[in-house]
Design a protein around this ligand. Structure first.
Ligand SMILES: CC(C)(COP(=O)(O)OP(=O)(O)OC[C@H]1O[C@@H](n2cnc3c(N)ncnc32)[C@H](O)[C@@H]1OP(=O)(O)O)[C@@H](O)C(=O)NCCC(=O)NCCS
Length: 188
């Protein structure tokens, strides 16, 4: 799958090599916002770094290990969202995401993850989705809770972030839980 439509404004579309200068510029413009929770934002500083990331993501997609896409809003790259891990043996997908600072507060990521969950549970037959985030990352946790995920436990010192280890809170959602909630989801 190359793209996933979210609504009239939003689509998820795989980044290609020619998107590397754009991705690098977006990350550079929003580095202070992103590096608070995303360690790669500190060290991905050049177009070559962005190209290496895009090529690695396309490799993971080719091996069906992940599906990590750009978030395009009216044709502008405003973030990324997708499944950072896909475990087909156990029907499990781990969602990951980020948005540029000025795209926050519009429901963009909740809608993108809703489309990813619809597709993952229905078309791909996943049984379980997970989101992992630092306990203090309130915006990320809010995305998970808004979608109906439930806290499933904490991993101590799961990630090195600039100058400290952060725990990860694991949030889980089953296909049956998502399907039961579908009518209550926000309309696109
Ligand atoms: C995590 C992140 C993607 C969340 O972004 P967000 O804008 O808070 O989440 P959404 O796009 O779903 O928007 C939700 C907001 O839009 C509002 N909203 C408006 N219309 C909405 C709708 N139809 N549906 C849902 N929310 C809606 C919500 O009330 C909420 O507002 P609030 O900011 O006042 O609480 C963003 O903060 C980010 O990129 N952070 C840095 C990177 C990061 O931490 N990534 C995750 C690592 S685990």
């Amino acid at each position: 799958m190359q793209r996933l439509a979210v609504n009239r404004r939003l689509e998820l579309r795989l980044l290609q090599g020619h998107d590397a200068p754009l991705l690098a510029a977006v990350v550079a413009a929003h580095r202070d916002h992103l590096r608070r929770w995303l360690p790669w934002a500190e060290v991905s500083t050049t177009v070559a770094d962005s190209l290496a990331f895009i090529e690695a993501a396309l490799d993971r997609h080719g091996r069906r290990e992940a599906w990590e896409a750009g978030v395009w809003s009216d044709g502008m790259l405003v973030g990324m969202a997708g499944y950072n891990e896909l475990d087909w043996a156990h029907g499990r997908g781990v969602l990951g995401y980020w948005l540029v600072a000025d795209e926050q507060g519009r429901g963009t990521m909740t809608r993108c993850c809703g489309a990813l969950l619809d597709h993952g549970f229905s078309a791909w037959g996943l049984q379980r989705a997970e989101i992992r985030c630092a306990p203090a990352n309130e915006r990320s946790r809010a995305v998970a809770l808004r979608l109906g995920f439930a806290a499933a436990g904490r991993l101590s010192q799961a990630e090195w972030l600039q100058d400290r280890y952060e725990d990860h809170e694991v949030y889980g959602l089953l296909a049956t839980q998502w399907q039961a909630r579908r009518p209550a989801r926000p309309h696109p």
